[in-house]
Write a protein of this length. Structure first.
Length: 361
């Protein structure tokens, strides 16, 4: 009897086990994931505004630049018989700069930075013989103040638009006699590509004072780091270019050039009593100093502590333009043969720069 009971029990257990081992791959019982929808679409990816190994971006920086003694040859004004051509010795040329580049909107799909920048250039001239232009340079500093709005707009993972709008007020004014009607508006816009994390490049057009006077020039943006991530190139042609070597994450060296160009409104400090019938330098209207120079040199930058970096640079300053126009701001193409009101020649000279910056993370 016990054997029969054991046999029946075994048959029942085997039947249940076989039933449990039936094929479970039947499609009638499968989940169809196409029946489900995502609660939100997948986030769109955008390219960043930097490449690997790029030099740190300064958020706030102070810089001092000094040029060694050099000569300035000043031409006679085209309408004057009272101020003959003259050559003076500039014993000291000192420039103090405050620069900033602060993000005001920082998202993965757009980056907007606001920059507030100020330069003060002074000259010490020891052998002035009475030429009014030399007197003005010696007596009154050249100021350059500007607001800069920079927009980086990635379109997707590989393309972007880069735009920059500036308003700047340049001249030998004092803070009591600023004339805001002399404000100038450089701008630039570029369209670019970022094929990988080590390379981005763009092409565009700029409204610029790079040559001293207003001009329109094509521009090329190229930031690239080589595969070893030690060497790289950072360039915005024709304004600047640098061959970069990174020793490590704390220091790097750069060899390159910067073109500094601006137009400065010149106001005589005092008008002497001259007979009205005699042509004079002071009879000119809306004088503008068209200053443009190329600084080619070697730069070394190193982290001091945290986000504070120090930089030193030494090189050679090459003059492109230091002449004076009258009749205010107007378009003057590179290589133009239009005569200046005063034709000047500023001698080339060595320079050095030292700076302290607070950089972005």
């Amino acid at each position: 009897m016990r054997k029969i009971y054991f046999l029946v029990s075994s048959i029942l257990i085997s039947s249940i086990a076989l039933h449990a081992q039936e094929d479970t791959t039947a499609t009638d019982d499968d989940f169809d994931f196409s029946d489900f929808e995502l609660a939100a679409p997948p986030a769109k990816a955008f390219c960043s505004n930097k490449v690997l190994g790029q030099s740190p971006t300064s958020l706030i920086g102070v810089f001092y630049n000094q040029q060694l003694p050099h000569e300035l040859s000043i031409g006679a004004p085209s309408n004057s018989v009272l101020h003959p051509a003259d050559t003076v010795q500039i014993d000291g040329a000192h420039q103090f700069s405050l620069v900033s580049n602060i993000p005001i909107i920082s998202r993965n799909n757009i980056l907007i930075n606001l920059g507030v920048n100020y330069d003060r250039q002074t000259y010490t001239i020891n052998n002035i013989d009475g030429h009014p232009f030399a007197n003005e340079l010696n007596d009154r500093a050249l100021h350059r103040a500007n607001l800069t709005l920079t927009v980086f707009k990635p379109l997707n993972e590989r393309t972007f638009v880069l735009a920059q709008l500036q308003s700047e007020l340049n001249g030998n004014y004092t803070f009591e006699d600023i004339d805001f009607s002399k404000t100038k508006f450089p701008l630039a816009i570029l369209y670019g590509w970022k094929p990988n994390d080590r390379l981005m490049y763009a092409f565009g057009l700029s409204r610029t004072y790079l040559g001293g006077a207003l001009n329109y020039v094509p521009i090329i943006y190229y930031y690239g780091t080589f595969k070893n991530q030690k060497w790289g190139i950072e360039a915005l042609l024709p304004a600047r270019a640098m061959l970069r070597y990174r020793f490590n994450s704390l220091s790097y060296m750069g060899l390159g050039f910067n073109v500094n160009g601006a137009s400065f409104s010149m106001s005589p400090a005092a008008t002497p009593a001259i007979l009205p019938a005699v042509p004079s330098y002071y009879d000119a209207q809306d004088l503008e100093l068209r200053r443009s120079e190329i600084r080619a040199g070697l730069q070394y930058s190193r982290q001091l502590n945290g986000f504070f970096w120090m930089s030193v640079e030494a090189g050679y300053r090459i003059n492109y333009s230091y002449s004076v126009d009258q009749n205010g701001d107007f378009l003057r193409f590179f290589g133009s043969d239009d005569p200046y009101y005063i034709e000047n020649d500023l001698a080339n000279t060595p320079y050095f720069t030292i700076g302290l910056s607070y950089v972005s993370p």
